[in-house]
Ligand binder design. Sequence first.
Ligand code: NCD
Length: 306
Amino acid sequence: MWLNRDIVSIGDFTKEEVMQVIEKANEMLPYASSGHPEKPLSGKVVSTLFYEPSTRTRLSFESAVFRMGGNVLGFGSLEATSVVKGETLSDTIRIVNSYSDAIILRHPSEGAARLASEFADVPVINAGDGAGQHPTQTLLDIFTIWKELGSVDGKKIGFVGDLKYGRTVHSLSKALSMFDVSLYFISPEELKIPKHIKREIDKKVPVREAKNIEEIIEELDVLYVTRIQKERFPDINEYKKVAGTYVIRPSLLTRGKRNLIIMHPLPRVNEIPPEVDSSPHARYFKQASYGVPLRMALLDLIFRGD
Ligand code: NCD
């Protein structure tokens, strides 16, 4: 089931499969710093093709490959590639398919990873397709909730910020709707969660929308904060209208539950001021560190099966 599988959309997974990755990531945790003793990716080549900026996703994938004994090739920006000469995605994928054993792709167009998977024989992993999906971030987000709070079921999770363009929100809210959770969406009118996603989630779990975090902070177990996705706005003036709408101040957190955790896929701009970093609620750096064991788990499943 896992061997050579494409990871394109979180919608392709069952809850059991999500939990299988989570449990494997937990096993990988010690190896994320020491390296996997069996070197399961020995002799394997993994490509990372990043058509959009990335720090955590690309570097944690590359670290995961190295920790598993494999090798990486690829690019993190387009200047030195044939993309600037006008090469199509499908041609690039056809070529890289013959140079490597798996392709990790980030691209500005929604649906790019699905398209790539049709042109590649090797597995394609979606590392973010425009405002679409970011399934491996979702798995690491669920791992963080599970690890830091002991379970996912029974939790009340609030999303705040750019729910319209934020692909991490789109994937994570869909995945969480397979669990026994309540979801809260807090955003300005212009950045509400897309209707088609809300409709899908609404059928499965209780959903509440709010304009102010203050209205719901006391109820939450997880506050998932996101950056306003400046690069996705068709008009910069629209961005300026909503920039800085939500800032998580330490005073707000004093009203939260004792065990409330603050997550953020990062990078942050100004939505979480540095004063919050030392708060016992802050988990975003821990969350980013879980990127390596989680991606090791995923690669292990794809390369060795279950
Ligand atoms: C996110 C992304 O690229 O979607 N970052 C990440 O992968 N950790 C979030 C963002 O860019 O705001």
